[in-house]
Design a protein around this ligand. Structure first.
Ligand SMILES: Cc1cc2nc3c(=O)[nH]c(=O)nc-3n(C[C@H](O)[C@H](O)[C@H](O)COP(=O)(O)OP(=O)(O)OC[C@H]3O[C@@H](n4cnc5c(N)ncnc54)[C@H](O)[C@@H]3O)c2cc1C
Length: 464
């Protein structure tokens, strides 16, 4: 008789947990996965997927505006929010069905309740009161929007979760935060006709991205009419007499608005799970501490995805899941590889990026060549849209390797995926130059920038 009920018990059926459960089961393990909400996790239910559907909806607004320059008459066009919500909900339900079917096909048992560690190899299932045992336990519980509980009036605000289900589209919204979720939702709401303001405590939105992208996106957002207030935070939120919200700012200013959205970071889902009691070490933010192979401080407990607060992205959670299964169920120790992870910000215009920003490169490389091209993409010309596009390469001047590739403009996210291949392979600038352009495209700029726009000779600036 087997010593444990399962070979692997996964807590959390999101991007990472579902992949790990399926792949372990396909490798012959007896696997269960617990989920106390909907199957698919943040990405499918309340993250990447519904967000991207909303981005498409918002982009269509601009496409309709642009259409007249191309000869289309688009009179009496109207947008209906309930239709978008219903279409989005249908698609999410379809995808959840696919996730459930894939788990079943792989032979994974789905346990639809909240799970917590109960000491040793035991897992407590809260609704049924059952305790089950597993040789190995995988924590894949993700993260949730920080509710900013210290802010007076925070309960009057929404987070990205509620933004996907608003009964009515607000006429105006103020979004707190400068990360990609705040910036993306600002583009969505503005594109759907909502008067939109971002309030961000930092100097410039989107910290950690290349400064040229950050500045240009800021400028383009303001050109569209999205207000961006930097170096300010909310001091309190109140309900006004007319039902509107009043957002009071740290400089004494106030904004009257229909809705306030908080996008001020995400907290790991580790509370009330018996982790520390069982001996699993957490960091100061409450994230599960793991080693290079995603193993926690307990030998038989592993953790992947957002709950470990490494790189909070769906493909990274999936990659960590694959490495975990390779290590544990195929006997091939495999570390997740975080080099050159491409990423996008689905703002409007969009950002696509891979490798180092210029600032990060300046801190690590003695000599750099920067190639930049800013232009109006062809599709905007007849439309009469003034929006500019930027493409940029950061090159290590000593080896000629391209160490960063960045784009802001239409389809930049798609470009980043393909740019990730040469950047990860260590391609040199000459390899880009030797590639014949696809014409006419915006992406061709990446292979036609002949001379550096700037040569940075930086050796003295680096620590010895
Ligand atoms: C608005 C938004 C937009 C995003 N857009 C993108 C994007 O464009 N691209 C991208 O790559 N990433 C994006 N992300 C991030 C991405 O969604 C996450 O990185 C990814 O979902 C992490 O996967 P995970 O498996 O770690 O956790 P999750 O997908 O969050 O899954 C964790 C699951 O565990 C469940 N759970 C938690 N505790 C328990 C418990 N005790 N018992 C049982 N079940 C439990 C939760 O209900 C959840 O279903 C976005 C996130 C948000 C919020």
């Amino acid at each position: 008789m087997a010593a444990f009920d399962y070979d692997l018990f996964v807590i959390g059926a999101g991007s990472g947990g579902v992949r790990a459960a399926r792949k372990a089961a396909e490798a012959g393990a007896r696997v269960a996965v617990a989920e106390h909400d909907r199957v698919g996790g943040t990405c499918v239910i309340r993250g990447c997927v519904p967000k991207k559907l909303f981005v498409y909806a918002a982009q269509l607004g601009e496409a309709i505006e642009d259409a007249s320059g191309y000869g289309w008459r688009a009179d009496n066009v109207a947008f209906d929010w309930p239709t978008l919500l219903a279409s989005k909900d249908r698609e999410i339900a379809r995808l959840e069905g696919v996730y459930r079917a894939n788990l079943a096909k792989a032979g994974v048992e789905l346990v639809e309740e909240r799970a917590a560690l109960a000491g040793g190899h035991d897992v407590r299932l809260e609704a049924s009161g059952r305790t089950v045992s597993a040789e190995r336990i995988l924590i894949a519980t993700g993260a949730r929007a920080n509710p900013h509980a210290a802010l007076p009036g925070h309960e009057l605000c929404i987070t990205s979760n509620e933004a996907f289900h608003l009964e009515r589209l607000p006429r105006s919204i103020v979004i707190a935060g400068g990360g990609y979720i705040a910036v993306e939702f600002a583009g969505i709401f503005h594109g759907l006709g909502v008067d939109t303001t971002i309030v961000y405590r930092g100097k410039e939105i989107l910290s950690r991205f290349d400064m040229d992208l950050r500045r240009l996106l800021h400028a383009e957002y303001e050109n569209k009419g999205i207000r961006i207030v930097t170096q300010q935070v909310f001091s309190s939120i109140e309900r006004g007499r007319d039902g509107q919200l009043v957002a009071n700012l740290s400089d004494g200013g106030r904004m009257v608005t229909d809705a306030v959205m908080l996008a001020v970071g995400r907290d790991p889902n580790t509370g009330g799970m018996g982790l520390e009691e069982a001996g699993v070490q957490l960091d100061a933010k409450g994230a599960v501490c793991v080693d290079d192979h995603s193993r926690t401080s307990l030998d038989h407990v592993w953790a992947i995805g957002d709950v470990t607060d490494r790189l909070q992205l769906t493909p990274v959670a999936i990659h960590e899941a694959m490495c975990f299964v390779e290590t544990v169920f195929h006997g091939r120790p495999t570390r997740p590889d975080y080099r050159s992870v491409a990423t996008a910000v689905f703002s409007q215009p969009e950002i696509g990026t891979v490798g180092l920003s210029e600032d990060a490169a300046r801190r690590r490389f003695a000599n750099l060549d920067i190639y930049k091209s800013a232009f109006r993409p062809m599709r905007h010309i007849l439309a009469g849209r003034s929006e500019r596009m930027l493409v940029k390469l950061v090159v290590d001047a000593d080896t000629q390797r391209v160490i960063g590739a960045h784009a802001l403009g239409p389809d930049a996210g798609e470009m980043a995926q393909l740019l990730a291949v040469p950047v990860k392979m260590g391609a040199r600038k000459a390899d880009f130059d030797a590639t014949i352009a696809v014409h006419p495209t915006a992406a061709e700029e990446f292979v036609t920038m002949a001379a550096p726009t700037e040569r940075i000779r930086n050796r003295e600036a680096l620590p010895a």
